[in-house]
Design a protein around this ligand. Structure first.
Ligand code: NDP
Length: 337
C-alpha cells in the first residue's frame, strides 16, 4: 500500500521534502468495514491548511507521519459491510494512499457514473461551494456585475457560469493569458483579467463601469485590494477562500488596511459572509446535485479537469496548485477504473 505521508510541517510554501512516499501492508477489513482502492484523489487548496497545526475548520490537522487527507473516488475491493459490495464505486475520504479501510459512514455510492472523477469536481465539493456561495450568499440579479478570481479553477469557473445563467455580467481574474482566454471563449465570461498585470486595478475599474455588486472572494491579497474601491452600495462578498495568503508565514507588512475595509463595509452597507461548505451538505447538496446534473447535461456548465498521473506526483501537483500551475480542477489518477 503506497502512501504519501506528511513528513514535516511546511515553512511557507511546501516543498517535496515535506512529504514522504512510504509503503505499508494492504489492510484487511474487519466486520463492518470495506477495503477501498483509490482511483482518483482530489487536490484542493485546503490541504495546505491541514499541513499546519491549526484548529479544525475543513478537516483536522494531519498528524506527522500520517497519510495526507483528501477526498477520493474509490472502488470497493472487499466488503464486510452490509451496504457495500466488491466492485461498488464510491466517493470517499481515503486520503493520499492506494488502499484504505472505511466503516462506510463517510462513503457515498456513485452508482455507474460514467466519468467518476466528476464527483470530485463539477458534481462535487468545488462546484457545490460555488453553488451555495454564489446563489445563497451572493444572490445574483439580472444585470448585476459579479467578479471572481481563480476563474478557471474548480470553484471560480462554476461561479462565473452560474452568474451568467442568472443573467449577471461576469468579470473573471486568472493567472495568465491562456486561462483568461479559456474563461471568455469556453466558459462565457464577459471579460477576464490577468491577476499578475501590474495595472490590474485600473483594468478592473474599466471592466466594471457600473461597479461590483458581488465579489466572490477566492484569493484575498492584491485582488481584494483592487476590488474594494469598486464595490457598490449593498454589495455581497461571499468569503470562500484566501489562497494568496495560505503560504504566508507572517502577515504581510503594512499599511494596515483594516480601517479602510471597515469604513467601506459600513458606508456601502456591504454584506461580507464566510462560507465553509461542510455546513451545507445536509440542506443543500441534493438541490445542487439535481440542478448541476441538469446544467452539465445541457452543456450550460462545464469544468476543465487537470489530471495528473500517479500518486507519487501528488506532492508536486499540490505545491503547483498553490502557485497557480494547475489549469482546471486538479485530480490525481491513482489507478485505472
Ligand atoms: P483552483 O482550482 O482555483 O486552484 C487554485 C487557484 O488559485 C490557482 O490555480 C490559481 O489560479 C489561484 N492562486 C494560486 N495562488 C494565488 C495567489 N497567490 N493569488 C491569487 N490567486 C492564486 O482551486 P479551487 O477552485 O479548489 O479553490 C478556489 C478557492 O476556494 C480557494 O481559496 C479555496 O481555498 C476555496 N475553497 C473554499 C471552500 C470553503 O468551504 N470555504 C471549499 C472549496 C474551495 P490563477 O492562476 O488563475 O490565479
Amino acid at each position: 500500500n503506497r502512501r504519501v505521508v506528511l513528513a514535516a510541517r511546511p515553512r511557507g510554501s511546501p516543498t517535496p521534502r515535506d512529504f514522504r512516499l512510504d509503503e505499508a501492508a494492504v489492510p484487511t477489513p474487519a466486520e463492518g468495514q470495506v477495503l477501498l482502492r483509490t482511483l482518483y484523489l482530489s487536490l484542493d487548496p485546503y490541504m495546505r491548511q491541514v499541513m499546519d497545526e491549526i484548529p479544525p475548520v475543513y478537516a483536522p490537522s494531519v498528524p506527522l507521519g500520517d497519510p495526507m487527507a483528501g477526498g477520493t473516488v474509490n472502488r470497493v475491493v472487499a466488503s464486510r459491510h452490509p451496504r457495500f459490495r466488491a466492485g461498488d464505486l464510491v466517493l470517499g475520504r481515503a486520503g493520499w494512499q492506494d488502499y484504505a479501510l472505511s466503516d462506510g459512514q463517510d462513503l457515498v455510492p456513485l452508482g455507474a457514473l460514467t466519468q467518476p472523477s466528476l464527483a470530485l469536481g463539477v458534481l462535487g465539493m468545488p462546484a457545490f461551494t460555488a453553488y451555495v456561495g454564489l446563489l445563497d450568499i451572493g444572490r445574483p440579479q439580472r444585470g448585476e456585475t459579479v467578479v471572481v478570481a481563480a476563474a478557471s479553477g474548480g470553484v471560480g469557473a462554476v461561479v462565473g457560469q452560474l452568474a451568467r445563467l442568472k443573467g449577471a455580467r461576469v468579470v473573471g481574474i486568472a493567472g495568465g493569458a491562456d486561462k483568461c482566454r479559456y474563461a471568455v471563449e469556453e466558459l462565457g465570461f464577459d471579460v477576464c483579467l490577468d491577476r499578475r498585470d501590474p495595472r490590474l486595478a485600473e483594468h478592473l475599474a474599466a471592466a466594471c463601469p457600473n461597479g461590483i455588486d458581488i465579489y466572490f472572494e477566492n484569493v484575498g491579497g492584491a485582488v481584494f485590494e483592487a476590488v474594494l474601491p469598486l464595490l457598490n452600495v449593498g454589495a455581497r462578498v461571499p468569503v470562500c477562500g484566501l489562497i494568496s495568503h495560505y503560504n504566508e508565514e507572517t502577515p504581510p507588512a503594512g499599511p494596515n488596511l483594516l480601517p479602510g475595509v471597515m469604513t467601506a463595509v459600513l458606508q456601502k452597507r456591504i454584506t461580507v459572509q464566510g462560507l465553509v461548505i461542510l455546513d451545507h451538505y445536509a440542506d443543500r447538496f441534493d438541490a445542487f446535485f439535481r440542478d448541476m446534473g441538469e446544467w452539465v447535461a445541457a452543456g450550460q456548465v462545464k469544468l476543465r479537469e487537470d489530471v495528473v498521473d500517479g500518486l507519487e506526483n501528488a506532492p508536486t501537483a499540490l505545491i503547483g496548485l498553490l502557485q497557480g500551475r494547475n489549469f482546471g480542477k486538479l485530480v490525481v489518477r491513482v489507478a485505472d477504473v
